[in-house]
Design a protein around this ligand. Structure first.
Ligand code: PAF
Length: 307
């Protein structure tokens, strides 16, 4: 291990039968070199690796990704990196919730093997000048209102893949467009990783769990579940044969009336390409992004098959 490596909680990389040789405490590493000491040892031992990229502020949705990785793989690596490249200067990079000690405690309780939590200098060296662009599928939906976003995500996720060389990587369906963009990037660039989409975890009232729910005032929190209800109504209407434009207009009116400050989109799209549909004649997804107070919320659900 070189002098540059920074590892907070670690002895030697544990190998052997993963079921018996896991150390009690999660290992926290902050640089790529230390990360690779562990992944190399695991791979040499024939162990599979699951990667869970996150920006921290972990909630049940993130923990369901960890659970899926622990179920499928011998080793689970969570990453926490609030990636400046996917925030516009006007967005909430500085305010984004951060509580690393709490995140580590949660990951530790789940017996996650390792947390990779680099700083910005470790991820973006001086003079960093490479970016990954996924076109087409990134043009609409969130890409229309956040044009910088998917370039930032594709670049950082690519780096995380190269750094850890996982067998599988886990992403929430809550960020459905992001999931499809990553699938497309992996396919197009022949990246040898299996991308696993994990269903959205919801609060009892249907609100999709998100680190940004933390920003909502009590009044906004009471209104927020309407987003999921509207998706359900819109999806049911188009599944029953209504034209997408009509169902969407009704859904938008409902959200407007409830006080959503801006509706970036309410859309019915092809489930894979995310091309907007006029009528539902193939696997489809209902997706929404809207601003409540100053918080931008997104959600999506599958359109049920025709009754
Ligand atoms: O979904 C997120 O938390 C982020 O976009 C990701 C995938 C960790 C990339 O920064």
């Amino acid at each position: 291990m070189g002098a540059k490596t920074r590892t907070d909680t670690i002895a030697a990389p544990s190998t052997g039968d993963a079921k018996t040789a896991k150390s009690n405490k999660i290992t926290v590493v902050r640089d790529v070199e230390s990360l690779r000491v562990h992944t190399r040892a695991w791979r040499k031992n024939g162990e599979t690796i699951g990667l869970i990229p996150t920006m921290g502020a972990l909630h049940e949705g993130h923990l369901s990704l960890v659970q899926a990785a622990l179920r499928d793989c011998d080793r689970a690596i969570a990453t926490i990196f609030v990636n400046p490249a996917q925030f516009a200067p006007t967005e909430d990079f500085e305010a984004y919730p951060r509580d690393e000690a709490d995140d580590i405690a949660k990951l530790d309780r789940m017996k996650t093997d390792l947390l990779f939590a680099p700083d910005v200098a470790e991820m973006y060296a001086d003079g960093f000048s490479t970016s990954v662009t996924v076109s087409g599928i990134t043009a609409g939906l969130c890409g229309a209102s956040r044009p910088h976003f998917f370039g930032g995500v594709a670049t950082v996720v690519n780096k995380l893949f190269m750094q850890s060389l996982p067998d599988r990587a886990y992403f929430g369906e809550k960020d459905y467009q992001q999931l499809q963009v990553i699938r497309r990037m992996v396919r197009d660039l022949d990246i040898p990783v299996q991308v696993v989409g994990v269903p959205t975890v919801r609060e009892k009232d249907g609100l999709a769990m998100s680190s940004r729910n933390w920003y909502l005032t009590p009044e906004e929190r009471a209104t927020a579940p309407l987003l999921h209800q509207t998706l359900q109504e819109t999806a049911a209407a188009v599944a029953a044969g209504e034209a997408c434009a009509d169902a969407i207009a009704r859904g938008r009116a409902t959200l407007d009336k409830a006080g959503f400050a801006r509706i970036d989109y309410l859309a019915i799209c092809d489930a894979e390409t995310l091309a907007p549909l006029d009528i539902v004649d193939r696997p489809a997804r209902a997706l929404v992004a809207a601003v409540l107070g100053s918080t931008r919320l997104i959600d999506n659900i599958p359109v049920p098959p025709r009754p």
